[in-house]
Design a protein around this ligand. Sequence first.
Ligand code: FEO
Length: 391
Amino acid sequence: MNPVKISEKVYWVGGIDWKLRNFHGYSTQRGTTYNAYLILDDRITLIDTVKHHLMPEMLRNISKLIDPSRIEIIVSNHVEMDHSAGIPQILKRAPKAKVYASANGVIGLKKHYGDKLNAIAVKPGEDLQLGQYSLSFVPTPMVHWPDNMLTYLPEKKILFSNDAFGQHIASLERFDDEIDNSVLMYEAEKYYANIVLPYGAQVQKALKIAAGLDIEMIAPSHGIIFRKDLAGIISRYQKWSSGQNEEKAVVVYDTMWGSTEKMAHAIAQGFSDAGKSVSIFNTGIDHISDVMVEVLSAKYICIGSPTLNNNILPSVAAFLAYLKGLAPKGKIGIAFGSYGWGGQSPAIIHKELESAKFTLPVEPIKMNYIPSEDDLIILSDKISKLSAVEN
Ligand code: FEO
């Protein structure tokens, strides 16, 4: 890949991680990019770096434009190492360069790369003059770590948003008008559901600040740059961060001999009979990060497991742990499962959902050994009536 000019004197110089399939537990079937940006003003400025193994690619990209030793300013929008790991290498080439980060960013960078790192804390709203251009900074704590900030280039109306508005997509295309919009928005939604979801309140604050800026381009640190459909991605972030849920259901289960699966399908049928859209996932097959895409906006989350050794199946336990960490809001939960003798699994799931602050309108639903056709019809009817009441 070559550097890509994204605006006058502003270049993408990042790295493409074609082979990444797991980003700390998030399945990244399309790979990802780590986006770094170079501003060729009087004071040459680098915004963020890339994951360590792609530093040779990033340095090649920079070297096609300038000698990296000429970099004077490094802006670190986020300490997480997929964006900061290259800073020590840049500083070896350009030892006089100064690193600018948020106050929390300076603390985090020194914890990662040593107290001697020449890092300066920026103040919100402070302008950093580069020559013809300037940069200003907006702290966005917890989107995605306490140190995150946005960097704004007013002369070109570009918002360097780091993790916010990112998507895990490896591609040679750099802009939203160059790729299929449904793929882009699906990956943006998956990214939000798996990375940003716990921080809705902070996203709402950041969106309010961003609304006061004149923005013609959003340049995130992962994936595609938005220069055409900014309204589309901003309105989605508004919706996702508002905690607004849709009248749809997600049924998530694992099964041993097919009984809990039969219950899952009967529950799904009940929602469908009530006119609601429903999706079904088996945690033994489907990846938890794919399930979260549907969970993000669904009002009803139904989780089932048979009882195994007085407990729930491990794949369901893993999903529950992941779900609780992401802390979705305003959900209605239903716990279910089949059993032979102990029958503890639905109650265990119910308790987990209770501790995740789900509303639980019915007691845990359990069925002994193999549910009959009549049992399943009764279950569908119950769910259909319940979802009509909860509507
Ligand atoms: Fe892409 Fe929070 O790092």
